[in-house]
Design a protein around this ligand. Structure first.
Ligand code: ADP
Length: 546
């Protein structure tokens, strides 16, 4: 017997309709590429999104077509999030930090039809315009007054003119919730980039999960500033969650340095933010150097790479900002786990609480996870056994766009599991802790050494700005840990002092064999340390013990 409930497909446009109807006067504040601060409301943003949906029709965009963006976090990007997906086309957020050749490869693979871009990226657009195969028009996300005077880009259109020429009279179409809504490519550290193609249904279910209290905990009383870019896994879903709950949204544009962010946090009363650890490093350094505080910010979500406990301590103990450690990946929309404490952990002493908080967290409802050994057998959830982490759920990919890279799923008992490429433990309370990415694990004498632990210890040293640990070849042990360190400006620390810093903190045989100081650690397009680049840079390096 079927239930007698209404059949309504879960569609992204409904989020904006809700925000307009129930939170119409709630603000969306953006730092623009032009340098000024722009203020709008959900009411106005919804009207302009409908105008842009008509504008897309005028450009000949049909349902299913890919419409690309190369843009910062801002209200026009947000309008496109809803205009493109809401009208049944697919929003393809390109990562502007990639090399022009990669952008061309990805745009061709996605068969993008139109490309919207922020003025910052005009040089990149000029570099790719004559090379991309399917893009029919380029739209500069600005007004006529700021349009580039003489540009080599063919078919260059102006965003505000498209909006002005279009009516806000547009009814969001109703279609199957399995329809593709947006497309995001992984940064492709191995092989070609691969596309994760999200659907309306997957995005909506993910949005509910993101907003939950034990998850990213978003409410109408929050002022949310996603530092994580809208070109990286839909800014972890926050542009959708903000509409779902009616939160004020603050979008920082290209100004991601510590000073600009801190000013915006204070000026707009931001309560909740989100980003990768490297961004927070810049912010903390600025706040420390200028003796500032956070008057309204009380929570920040840190994920995308392991958050060093030293960073958590600084936020929580010095600035009264609670850190929520979260884990996920492009293939998971991205949220997989969030590290909120269970009631029984709240009474723990500071050190024990920190040990729980340093873990990546518990699965949000909708994500099922398990760890398996080399033989594929499931390992116990005892917080000790570590193995490859497999996941499944309604917002996890079933395959990559156009089958790129083959079928990723691992089958067991007829069920598909997605292999994350992460190595982790899961404890009896369900807290998952990543020890490494499988390709970064250091294999020493047949045992695994987790590089994240070693990096976290080094990052707690007051003179260390950033630390990466990689495996260096060793004739006897196969590999031994090598610590690569970028010092803080003015920071003084020697190799021996750093190695001594490990004493008593880990098993002795885990201590790195050597330390190499570098001026900079290479960061990838999403702000993460690129250990493959480091390994290449240090290919000729020989350990003193080797
Ligand atoms: P990529 O970096 O491969 O382009 P993603 O941005 O999707 O793609 O990154 C996903 C990966 O980032 C995860 O598989 C994991 O290795 C790492 N990651 C994400 N969050 C965390 C975290 N909180 N702690 C440690 N690693 C993390």
């Amino acid at each position: 017997m079927n239930g007698l409930m209404m059949q309504q497909p879960l569609l992204i446009s409904s989020l904006l309709v809700h925000a307009e109807r129930h939170h119409g006067d709630q603000e969306v504040v953006s730092r623009r590429v032009e340098g000024d601060v722009h203020r709008t409301t959900y009411r106005e943003l919804a009207a302009r999104s409908r105008q842009m949906a008509n504008g897309l029709l005028a450009l000949g965009v049909s349902p299913g077509d890919r419409v690309a963006t190369l843009a910062w976090n801002g209200y026009r990007h947000m309008e496109l999030y809803y205009a493109v997906s809401g009208s049944g086309s697919v929003l393809h957020t390109l990562n502007p930090r990639l090399h022009a050749d990669q952008v061309v490869w990805i745009a061709d693979h996605a068969e993008d039809q139109i490309l919207f871009f922020d003025l910052t990226f005009l040089p990149l657009i000029e570099a790719i315009a004559g090379r991309v195969k399917t893009i029919k028009a380029f739209v500069a996300m600005t007004d006529r007054a700021n349009m580039p005077a003489a540009s080599k880009v063919p078919n260059l259109l102006c965003y505000e003119e498209l909006i002005a020429a279009a009516s806000p009279d547009f009814t969001w179409p109703v279609f199957d919730e399995q329809t593709a809504s947006s497309l995001c490519y992984t940064s492709g550290t191995t092989g070609h980039p691969k596309g994760a193609l999200y659907s309306h249904r997957s995005t909506m279910l993910h949005t509910y999960a993101v907003a939950l209290p034990d998850s990213l905990n978003c409410s109408s009383r929050d002022v949310i500033l996603p530092v994580v870019p809208m070109f990286h896994v839909n800014a972890w879903g926050l542009p959708y969650a903000a509409c779902m709950v009616g939160a004020k949204l603050v979008l920082p544009g290209p100004f991601l340095d510590g000073k600009s962010l801190h000013e915006l946090f204070e000026a707009e009363g931001v309560t909740l933010s989100a980003g990768v650890p490297t961004v927070w490093q810049g912010l903390l350094a600025h706040v420390e150097a200028n003796n500032l505080k956070f008057s309204t910010m009380r929570r920040t979500i840190i994920g995308g790479a392991a958050c060093p406990p030293a960073m958590m301590r600084a936020f929580q103990e010095r600035y009264d900002v609670q850190v929520l450690h979260a884990w996920g990946m492009t293939e998971m929309s991205p949220l997989g786990t969030a590290c909120t404490l269970k009631a029984k952990h709240q009474g723990l002493g500071a050190e024990e609480r920190m040990a729980v908080q340093a873990k990546q967290g518990r699965a949000v409802f909708g994500v099922d996870m398990k760890i398996v050994g080399d033989d594929g057998r499931e390992l116990p959830h005892d917080g000790k056994a570590s193995g490859e982490l497999l996941v499944r759920g309604p917002w996890i990919i079933s395959s990559y766009f156009k089958g790129e890279g083959g079928d990723p799923l691992v089958y067991s008992n007829g069920n598909g599991w997605f292999p994350t490429g992460d190595v982790s433990t899961i404890d009896a309370d369900g807290y998952m802790q990543i020890t490494d990415r499988s390709k970064d694990v250091i294999k020493s004498g047949g045992e695994w050494i987790g590089s994240i632990d070693l990096e976290n210890i080094a990052m707690a040293h007051p003179s260390v700005a950033m630390a990466a640990c990689i495996g260096a070849k060793h004739p006897k042990w196969d590999e031994r840990p090598l610590l690569v360190v970028m010092k803080k400006p003015g920071g003084e620390v020697t190799r021996n002092e750093l190695l001594a810093f490990y004493e008593g903190k880990i098993a002795k045989w885990w201590t790195p064999d050597d330390v190499v100081f570098v001026d900079a650690i290479p960061l990838g397009a999403t702000g993460k340390m690129q250990k493959n680049k480091l390994r290449e840079q240090l290919a000729g390096y020989k350990l003193p013990s080797a």
